[in-house]
Each structure stands twice: as structure tokens, then as C-alpha cells.
Design a protein around this ligand. Structure first.
Ligand SMILES: [Zn+2]
Length: 88
């Protein structure tokens, strides 16, 4: 699994858990995709991926726990912009 795929999988997982407890945030497919993409961008910008996109990255996989915490932190900044009432 390359670094990018790894992050996308992680973001999906964290997002599913996050939305579960957030009734005000829209969980429709369109919003979920947008939230996931923004979270992915934030994480990718914060570190690594860009220069090793197509190669397996041990560094990325090695920081699983920390990356997950970062993903949750970014999500909690991004997701509140997608409230059920405000986006559509
Ligand atoms: Zn929506």
C-alpha cells in the first residue's frame, strides 16, 4: 500500500467514526467526499506524501497512531463547515 492510499483509508475510517457521533454534520455521500478530500489535503500538506506518492512509505505507516490523531484533529476543524442546514 502506498502512502497516499494509506492516508485515504485512514481518513475514511476516522471520518466514519467521527460522523457517527455528530448529528449536526451532514453525512451524505457528497459531503463525506468533500470532508475526506479536505482532510486528506491537510494531512498530505502537513507531511510527506507528495514526494513519495507512488512508493510504499514505511515512514507513513510507522506513524499510524500519530497520523490518526492528526486526522481527527483536522477533521474536527473541517467537518463543522458541513452542517446539515448550511450546505444544502
Ligand atoms: Zn450533505
Amino acid at each position: 500500500m502506498d502512502g497516499e492510499t494509506f492516508i485515504k483509508t485512514l481518513v475514511d475510517e476516522v471520518l466514519a467514526q467521527y460522523l457517527h457521533g455528530q448529528e449536526q454534520i451532514c453525512g451524505c455521500e457528497r459531503c463525506r467526499e468533500k470532508i475526506a478530500a479536505l482532510t486528506f489535503d491537510a494531512l498530505a500538506k502537513n507531511r510527506y506524501v507528495t514526494d513519495q506518492k507512488n512508493h510504499p512509505s514505511r515512514r507513513v505507516q510507522g506513524v499510524d497512531g500519530q497520523l490518526k490523531i492528526e486526522a481527527i484533529r483536522e477533521l474536527s476543524k473541517i467537518a463543522p463547515g458541513f452542517k446539515k442546514t448550511s450546505c444544502h
